[in-house]
Write a protein that binds this ligand. Sequence first.
Ligand SMILES: Cc1cc2nc3c(=O)[nH]c(=O)nc-3n(C[C@H](O)[C@H](O)[C@H](O)COP(=O)(O)O)c2cc1C
Length: 306
Amino acid sequence: MTSSTVDALFADRIPVLNAPMGGVAGGALASAVSRAGGLGMIGMGSSGSTTSLRRQLAAVTDGVEVGIGLVDWVVQRDPEMLETALDASPLLLSVSFGETYEWIGRAHERGVPAVAQVSDAPTAERALAAGADALVARGSEGGGHGRPLHDRDTLLDALLALTDRPVFAAGAIATAEDVRRVLGRGARAAWVGTAFTACHEALSSPGSRRALLAAGPEDTVLTSAFDQASGYGWPSDIPERVIANDATRRWGAALDDGDVDVAGRELRAATEADDPSGMSVNAGLGVGELRAERSAAEVVAALDPR
Ligand SMILES: Cc1cc2nc3c(=O)[nH]c(=O)nc-3n(C[C@H](O)[C@H](O)[C@H](O)COP(=O)(O)O)c2cc1C
């Protein structure tokens, strides 16, 4: 497996991938993005499992090819996910938010390009040494989880100085102009999350869509409180960027240990009621550009840099 394989993936594609977003990017979104000329990805996040991955793979339509993105600590908990992902022969595989890197060799054995999403240069160096075929420069502007260490363009420049392998840019890419800007800096493609969250084909709930469409660029915060309240195994130095709401105003960036049980009950109730004032709605700084629910094809066309 070489980086030229990743380059070849974009020879005839619009240089836009939908980020693998747990609970948002299932088979329907991924296949719609691929069909529209981008590279669609299925994401399995904190609550991902082999069962839900199989369900989303079955939702891929018309036999289009897609990529798959997993989360490292979730794969450690449910190792069959990795095998299931590779059995599907994805266009590429990413495993984010951890540094085990055995998955890179496993992907290569099956001829699948391995893409590592990183937040700083030292992590990028380790991923490259482990054989990653491409990197994602995930800036602190981005929605969802990530170590908020550098802004996107600073990180992109730093990673491009480290390697000739392809680097994708991620974080607040919301318009064709944003895509042109990162390509102009040397990115091979844009890895876009938030802009796809309110697509018809996404798995996001009606309540989270309402919050996404109402939010402006100043309305996001970084917090680990929802992860603590959920009991998820996120490392404490990897917060998530979410839309600020009543819960984040009360809980702040992290919960005190004594508040975790009560917060857990409140979070479960809000999530069951699909009440965005109390649940985690992941979004990056580009969320202000989201104004209406659209099809994935419309979003890909709106991001097309040509
Ligand atoms: C709703 C949502 C869920 C996400 N879930 C995942 C995930 O499961 N795995 C992953 O690698 N990244 C995940 N991310 C982060 C993306 O890979 C990417 O870093 C980010 O979306 C880029 O920034 P943007 O949202 O501003 O486009 C998620 C992002 C969002 C917005």
